[in-house]
Design a protein around this ligand. Structure first.
Ligand code: SAM
Length: 251
């Protein structure tokens, strides 16, 4: 299933924007883009894992110049096919290591990594490298925003390492956890009319809020805000996800 486009090759890309996830609803996209527009503060934005432009294109429509880094040419082709799809410049590569030349247009006031995509980096080393890479692209005072789930280990009773997260007559999905490495592999099984199943799996590395704060510190960034979501509700004990904002100090 994995090719040069990573885990988001043509078959995933062609269905990506038909997702039933609430993250594809207009009101969620609008509130995401409103927060990001404010944080960009009149400057340029860098999206890591820009995908089909779910967020980058409406952000660009608000007047924020956006540059994307993306591994999958198939996902970028879907963005290019949308109205205004050329508005976002893209560098093809791994967002943990790919650099964007900032000499001509200046450093970024905002970098963002949404929809759990930090977890697509499957080692702590790569996640740390990502923070360092972002910090090098930010101007002093600039922000890095991450939207990611809180690891669901409370759903794991002792001796169990699997959490199902979707069951319907035609689709089953579950995560397998390795609590020693923080590896989490998601398995998706589509059941056809003939009763046959097609299986796909994607590796992730789950990561804790406090661990992200440490990665940020290693990169010279400091925590500015942590919310439960884009409505800026405070992050709390029972929050299932967080939107965290770290900033690059001015001096
Ligand atoms: C869940 S999608 C999110 C896409 C988009 N940010 C959004 O919110 O709709 C994750 C995207 O990140 C890309 N991606 C995953 N790992 C990557 C990496 N190491 N470097 C660059 N892109 C990566 C995938 O190809 C995919 O397009």
């Amino acid at each position: 299933m994995i090719d040069e486009d990573g885990y988001f090759g043509e078959r995933v890309a062609e269905q990506y924007d038909q997702s039933s996830s609430p993250l594809f609803q207009n009101d969620v996209i609008e509130s995401t883009v409103s927060v990001l527009t404010e944080l960009a503060n009149g400057g340029r934005a860098l999206e890591l894992g820009v995908g089909t432009g779910r967020i980058a294109l409406p952000l660009a429509r608000r007047g924020v110049p956006v540059h994307g880094i993306e591994l999958s040419r198939a996902m970028v082709a879907r963005m290019r096919a949308k109205p205004g799809g050329d508005a976002v410049a893209v560098s093809i590569g791994d967002f943990a290591t790919t650099t964007v030349d900032t000499k001509a247009d200046g450093a970024f006031s905002l970098a963002y990594l949404v929809y759990n995509t930090i977890m697509n980096l499957t080692s702590q080393k790569a996640q740390v490298a990502c923070f360092r890479n972002v910090a090098e692209h930010l101007e002093p005072g600039g922000c890095f925003v991450v939207e990611v789930m809180v690891p669901e280990l409370r759903k794991l009773p002792a001796g169990q390492n699997i959490v199902p997260f979707h069951t319907s007559p035609t689709r089953w999905a579950y995560s397998v956890y390795d609590v020693t490495t923080q590896a989490m592999t998601c398995h998706y099984i589509e059941v056809s009319d003939e009763g046959r199943g097609e299986h796909r799996e994607v590796p992730f590395r789950y990561v804790w809020p406090a661990e992200l704060d440490l990665m940020a510190r290693l990169a010279g960034l400091r925590l500015r805000d942590r919310w439960e979501g884009w409505t800026r509700k405070p992050f709390a004990e029972d929050s299932a996800q967080h939107v965290s904002v770290w900033e690059k100090p001015i001096s």
